[in-house]
Design a protein around this ligand. Sequence first.
Ligand code: GRG
Length: 284
Amino acid sequence: MEAALERAVTALEKELPEEVGAAVRHGVMGGGKRLRPILCVSAYEACGGTASPAAYDLGASLELIHAYSLMHDDLPCMDDADLRRGRSTTHREHGEDVTMWAGAALVPAAALQALRASRELGCGPEQAQSVASALLAAAGAGGMVGGQWVDLLGEGMTLGAEELDGLHRRKTGALLAASSVMGGLAAGGSDEVLDSLHEYGRAIGLAFQIADDILDATQSAETLGKNPSDAALDKSTYVALYGLEEARVRAREQAERAVAALEEAGLEAPVLAALALYMVNRER
Ligand code: GRG
């Protein structure tokens, strides 16, 4: 995965002014669990594909979008964060204006990367278009950008369960769900399999977010690699809504629901099942 990201960043650096390329490198290559690309490649394999450099390039397209979202999320006009993945945020190192440029360059680069990688994997033009569309729809106003907007508006307000689920289905869940669906689409999975990957992705998205709120409430900056911020930003969280214990139960229920979605479609996918459990058992 790291090699695929290195390929993508090196190509982008050649097109960008040096300081913007350096900010892209800082935001993309600075660690991170690489959950979205790993989900994509694992779903691709579960649907009969073979892990190859092009499959990892497809996964990398998701990480490019994810990296831009973190770089912009950390800006002073959003969450105003100093620490990410155990080191200074991109704008603290490279400045706000350069970080804006770097994030903006990553979005079209990710779209092109998804199209090219799909074609290299043998997808026809329509199939490649549907893979790239899944990525862009998840990143856009109906997904991550829309969810972020609601998240920022909701600071200082108390959101109910339905509002919180809706916000996080878009802000974090859409890209996580697109990760598994894109792998399935690129491998030519049937409609039934794609539906189950979507159901799986929605459930792990919610499991991920509940776990994220639990970690923010219980872990130190040293463990998380970022400063816990939900309380300081007065955000509504699953821990505030349900309490710690019930939040843990609900996260686990979503992980189990994700595994059940795979089983119902007869999809033999032990890595995806393990990843669903990892979403709730992780420590950062
Ligand atoms: C212009 C309104 C507007 C939005 C721009 C900035 C943005 C779009 C969206 C941000 C959404 C966001 C920050 C989502 C990610 C939330 C999250 C919990 C990220 C952490 O993901 P991990 O744990 O991180 O996978 P690592 O570091 O492991 O990659």
